[in-house]
Write a protein that binds this ligand. Sequence first.
Ligand code: LLP
Length: 421
Amino acid sequence: MDHFLYKDGVLHAEDVPLPEIAAAVGTPFYVYSTATLLRHFRLFDDALEGMDHLVCYAVKAASNQAILRTLAAAGAGMDVVSEGEYRRARAAGVPGDKIVFSGVGKTADEIRYVLSDGVRQLNVESEPELEVISAVAVELGVVAPITLRVNPDVDAKTHAKIATGKSENKFGIPIAQARAVYARAAELPGVEAIGIDVHIGSQLTQLEPFELAYRKVAELTEVLRADGHDIRRLDLGGGLGIPYTRSNEAPPLPSDYGALIRRTLGHLGCEIEIEPGRLIAGNAGLMVSRLVYVKHGEGRDFLILDAAMNDLVRPAMYDAHHDIVPVVEAAAAAESTPYDIVGPVCETGDTFARQRAMPPVAPGDLIAFRSAGAYGAVMSSEYNSRPLIPEVLVKGDQFAVIRRRPTFDEMINRDTIPEWL
Ligand code: LLP
């Protein structure tokens, strides 16, 4: 459920009509609903009620500080994967001891930065990284709390580009090597292994892969404890999928996922962390664009928008489906026509949808992309020298620009021309 509904035939973000935002900030833009963000966070928080837990929002999904602050104020921790994300979370007011640092290639500089400023734990992805973390911690005179991310070799049954839990993926330490790496960690002076981390992929629409992975984690916990390691925290990653269409079968709910965690891991008495990103932000955001031209091609008609693949890359990159709807609702009886919905960027990949049935639309109409809150704005670029589009946050009947549209000069003037030219 989200808070983007038609009222009197006009699509609203909570109580704000989208044309009002378009008039204020121009198009295209991203808009997020505070109520939806909070609702989704609370679904996870409630799903783990009664267990010692922290929901660490995966900052990569939508990293605007206003979003981070909204979630942090509700009690969320954060999962970050770079110094940039860490600094964003800190700038948004999140204390270091609620920030988990994940990622497959943390550099010594990044490790130094987060250890100096305070971090809840580092999720270690390889033995060489373990050695570096220990060395940096020793140099700083601290002991780094760590978990080892294990790769359970489980098929997440999702898009290949976002599956991370198979042995051929670059992520984590093969579960068969875990005992040896924990033994090594115990010898190192700069780290204390307090738990296990696992994350098998994103947009999972079934619970079974989670179940397989968590059973392996439960087994490993017992083995490591028997080896003398004090395993007391389990970070279970993110990955629960969202419905991208109104019609298809809905993925499992956070409450089902919570019950699964309780069933597979509850007996261990560990503190549980989860790192959801998409489920919190995905359906809490829309991208709103304007129709520029309707072009009648040879056997195919095109809707050419002012948004492009640089603004929302998911369709081009993963063949992802986003529901695309007119902001002003068509009459119920209106007939729909198939269109290819495209942007103005100079490549054929700049296609949001092929032969998508659309109600009657005309140039100048506002068009909304649903489920664009996660991995939308954060993955955008300035390709074709198109400035990044603004982000807007709605709360009830108020809205605020949380990242403004840069001017052309701001974009262009970042270049510097060498003296010799
Ligand atoms: N934790 C770790 C270690 C991750 O790598 C990820 C996502 C998450 C948590 C959050 O997963 P979520 O709950 O959002 O599924 N750009 C792609 C998705 C990439 C996901 C990367 N890792 C897309 O647009 O579908």
